[in-house]
Design a protein around this ligand. Structure first.
Ligand code: HEM
Length: 189
């Protein structure tokens, strides 16, 4: 949620389009922000996915190699029982799949554009039998509700203490800004 709000503050056109979707949707739903309505917010979905791409909160996966494995196209062998870290952050910023990876562009997550990439190029919740137990459901719903409420009621802009680009904390198992995150917040009238 924090990284999403940060990008919305830096990209006012995306913030405006998202607010339009949320406010119109709530008005047409008798003023209620319901679970069903949240599922209908397609642009919110695209914005959150782009945020999870650029800033995967859990930025690496851990696995253990179960048998000697030759990396295709190389002579390199990963021996059995080696601990492996799969770097989600780097996969999500690979320009082969995400041109200009530093640019925050929710259009990468239209249904048509998603189909252009191999599935394992977007893995914020991991993959396989050990993938996150909440995946696209509870975790995403929680974030959608929080962002929808914030964008419905507040406007976010950068302030003099906003760091661009974000300086990440050098240690820890989750991706987080080094010096907290500073933004201007104003009530949306
Ligand atoms: C945006 C929010 C979240 C993200 C990005 C996220 C991401 C991840 C990732 C990358 C993994 C490792 C998956 C793998 O190794 O393939 C994981 C595992 C896990 N997550 Fe999440 N997670 C989120 C929210 C949550 C929440 C809210 C819960 C619990 C209520 C949760 C519970 C778990 C559990 C129990 C595992 C271990 C699954 C296993 O090893 O079998 N996660 N998560």
């Amino acid at each position: 949620m924090c990284f999403t709000i940060y990008e919305l503050a830096l990209n006012s056109d995306i913030q405006d389009r998202l607010r339009e979707e949320i406010i119109t949707g709530i008005e047409e739903n008798d003023g209620q922000l319901t679970y069903e309505l949240l599922s209908e917010f397609k642009y919110l979905d695209m914005v959150i996915n782009e945020s999870l791409r650029k800033f995967p909160p859990a930025f690496f996966l851990t696995r253990v190699c179960r048998k000697d494995f030759q990396i295709p196209g190389t002579n390199m062998i990963i021996p059995k029982n080696t601990d492996i870290n799969v770097n989600i952050y780097s996969i999500h910023r690979d320009p082969e799949y995400y041109p200009e990876p530093e640019v925050f562009d929710p259009e990468r997550f239209t249904p048509e554009n998603i189909k252009l990439r191999p599935p394992a190029t977007f893995i914020p919740f991991g993959l396989g039998p050990r993938k996150c137990i909440v995946s696209g459901r509870f975790g995403i719903m929680q974030s959608k509700m929080g962002i929808a409420k914030l964008i419905q009621n507040f406007e976010f802009t950068p302030c003099e203490k906003t760091t661009v680009p974000i300086d990440f904390a050098p240690s820890g198992i989750f991706l987080e800004p080094k010096n907290k995150m500073w933004l201007n917040v104003k009530k949306y009238e």
